[in-house]
Design a binder for this molecule. Structure first.
Ligand SMILES: Nc1nc2c(ncn2[C@@H]2O[C@H](COP(=O)(O)OP(=O)(O)OP(=O)(O)O)[C@@H](O)[C@H]2O)c(=O)[nH]1
Ligand SMILES: [Mg+2]
Length: 228
């Protein structure tokens, strides 16, 4: 038997990852859960932004989190300390999460009927970019301490993320970071994207971020109710 298969040009060839991601999307549509995949360099403030998010939304919404790291339970411990379900996925060296890892973790239970599921990806600006985890949208984080040259050096994530959050804005007086220039560069890569600025330390911008999340959840729920 030939090992070669002919595939029509219009036929979409789904990878194993995409198949699982589609099943996850169905599951999240059924439960009415908004799923956000956070991607950034190590240390740019993903867990800190999530801590601030849980504090702002946790009283009104059911929030859960899945956190990817190469090693340690530290980030999941930080989020569990706020009283939400949080599961740590240890990749053992891999530089990104994939849909099967997320699916396996969720199938172990504790994440049913959430309003928001935040997936904190492994700290990396490249590897996680092309993996669909069943999320509604990707969020790129860029801290002002990382340098303002990053969007054009790592265009993949900044062009794919529906939202870019520029973090650690409280450090702006102490670093050389051209905020307007960075906004312009991100817009050149992703004209339809939203750009926010936040500080998990002072709370600046957290309200805008959480309103964006509330709006996106409401939009998803009304779209799902049209389909059902
Ligand atoms: N000044 C300031 N420091 C911050 C802010 N957000 C996070 N940090 C600090 O930045 C460091 C890294 O923050 P994390 O939230 O752990 O970053 P992360 O992106 O989750 O890191 P990894 O999971 O290792 O990739 C910590 O020391 C935080 O206290 C902020 O808004 N302002
Ligand atoms: Mg973290």
């Amino acid at each position: 038997m030939s090992t070669l298969m002919s595939v029509g040009v219009n036929e979409r060839v789904l990878s194993d990852n995409d198949r699982v991601a589609l099943r996850l999307k169905d599951r999240f549509a059924e439960t009415g859960t908004l799923v956000v995949n956070l991607i950034s360099s190590p240390g740019s403030g993903k867990t800190s932004l999530l801590e601030a998010t849980v504090k702002a939304l946790g009283r009104d919404y059911r929030v859960g989190s899945v956190v990817g790291d190469v090693a340690t339970e530290r980030d999941a411990d930080r989020l569990r300390a706020l009283g939400i379900p949080a599961s740590q996925i240890l990749t053992g060296g891999a530089c990104h999460l994939d849909a099967r890892l997320v699916n396996k973790t969720l199938s172990e239970g504790g994440f049913e009927a959430l309003d928001f599921l935040f997936i904190e990806n492994v700290g990396n600006l490249i590897c996680p970019t092309s993996y669909d985890l069943g999320e509604d949208f990707k969020v790129a984080l860029l801290s002002v301490a990382e340098g303002d040259d990053k969007p054009l050096k790592y265009p993949g994530i900044f062009s794919r993320a529906a939202v870019t959050v520029i973090t650690k804005i409280d450090l702006l007086p102490h670093v050389s970071f051209d905020l307007d220039g960075v906004r312009e560069e991100i817009r050149s890569l992703n004209p339809a994207g939203t750009i926010l600025t936040t500080s998990a330390r002072t709370g600046e911008g957290i309200r805008d971020w959480t309103w964006l999340l509330r709006d996106r959840l409401a939009a998803k729920l009304s779209a799902v109710s049209w389909v059902v």
